[in-house]
Design a protein around this ligand. Structure first.
Ligand code: NAD
Ligand code: ZN
Length: 366
């Protein structure tokens, strides 16, 4: 399956195929300037996926330099950016060279940012290996590292030249990470595709169990939705792309409260955030209580947290709202919120009263 991200001269294809990693030599050959790549990955990906990529490239006569970084969110740092860019320069990287980001969103975000600044921009390919990165972070060109002031605050919009998705890489991904990535899959249904949400309800067990058909369908549908939205609003200026932040404002507050740590993974925070956004919408009379319940039930059935308690957060509503005020999306002192009129009917509301949000959070805890 091939899906195109249509962005004029920055357009690119996403190939989704079981076993794509073993055909990388053939599929990525057009991007290998001077017959070589610089592959960047993290230590957890070395034992399984790196070997597959390297053998395929070698068999195709393509050389690769490999840079292995430590796993984890703390790799999206100035220190690792410096280490990576120094290594690239030591390899003699030229603007025509292509980096391959083999890994989850951490590697993708860091490598994309490094590609955007070294020699004022060289090329990069995303080879995402987590469900979250396959359905979300590898597509759309948002790249970033974290700073002392917060997550993803230093970065650039910088599109890859190709995205290669091999769903079989998920066979080695811990189930908790698979579930977390699944939250972002459900998100596409909730934004504007109620039929896809219904498909998720029917197929969640097969999907989480690793069934090949269900996995391909979920990834294909998600990537197509993201590609379409990014094509309409690359830099999040018209409000279209902002829809992808459904559940993320609530979620961000929960992540901040749990210290952006393994206590609560990003996708878990997004799941709880989406359930809260739907229940808040219902409490405001925007959407039916039935729809809010259906969303909550589905995410819970997937083994994801849907309440503050389940997310391990005991902070009060006003403390959580205080975290939201540090959100990058603040506009002139107001925080645009994604709310819903129903499943598949998400919209951006710029007039949300934060005091009402705080009261809702305390009441929702019950
Ligand atoms: P991650 O990259 O940290 O990967 C999760 C864990 O799984 C890591 O320990 C990793 O080493 C391991 N792993 C990866 N692939 C594996 C495999 N196939 N088998 C076994 N282990 C494997 O996390 P993630 O959830 O992929 O990404 C989260 C990051 O993505 C965050 O930093 C977030 O800010 C970013 N993000 C970016 C965007 C964007 O648009 N750029 C969107 C959403 C999230
Ligand atoms: Zn997300």
């Amino acid at each position: 399956m091939t899906i195109r991200v249509a962005l004029g001269e920055r357009s690119y294809d996403i190939s989704i195929e079981n076993g794509a990693l073993d055909r990388a030599g053939e599929l990525l050959a057009p991007y290998a300037a001077r017959g070589r790549f610089i592959v960047v990955t993290d230590r957890n990906i070395v034992p399984n996926q790196l070997y597959r990529l390297e053998s395929s490239l070698t068999a195709a006569g393509i050389a690769c330099a490999v840079e292995v970084l430590p796993p984890g969110e703390s790799t999206k740092s100035w220190a690792m950016l410096e280490k990576l860019t120094d290594a690239m320069l030591a390899y003699g990287v030229e603007r025509n060279d292509t980096l391959i980001a083999l890994g989850g969103g951490v590697i993708g975000d860091l490598v994309g940012f490094a590609a955007s600044i070294v020699k004022r921009g060289c090329r990069f390919v995303q080879v995402p290996t987590t469900l979250l990165s396959q359905v979300d972070s590898s597509v759309g060109g948002k790249t970033a590292i974290n700073s002392r002031a917060g997550k993803n605050l230093i970065g650039a919009f910088y599109q890859p030249v190709h995205v290669l998705i091999d769903p079989t890489t998920l066979d080695t991904l811990p189930i908790r990470e698979v579930r977390a990535g699944y939250a972002e899959v459900v998100k596409y249904g909730l934004i504007d595709d109620p039929a896809f949400f219904a498909w998720c309800e029917t197929n969640v067990r097969q999907l989480l169990g690793g069934a090949s058909e269900a996995r391909l369908e979920a990834i294909g549908k998600s990537v197509a939705a993201k590609a379409r939205i990014v094509g309409e609003d690359e830099r999040e200026t018209s409000g279209r792309r902002a829809l992808l932040n459904l559940g993320h404002t609530f979620g961000h507050a929960l992540e901040a409260e749990t210290g952006f740590s393994d206590r609560l993974l990003h996708g878990e925070a997004v799941a709880a955030g989406m359930a809260l956004a739907f229940r808040f919408s219902a409490a405001q009379g925007l959407c039916s209580a039935d729809d809010a319940r259906r969303v909550t039930d589905h995410l819970a059935a997937a083994g994801l947290p849907t309440t503050l308690d389940a997310a391990g957060v005991d902070a009060r509503g006003d403390a959580l709202v205080a975290h939201m005020l540090h959100d990058k999306k603040m506009e002139g002192g107001r925080l645009p919120f994604l709310l819903a009129r129903g499943i598949g009917q998400t919209f951006l509301d710029k007039q949300v009263d934060l005091a009402a949000v705080a009261r809702f959070l305390d009441a929702d805890r019950g």
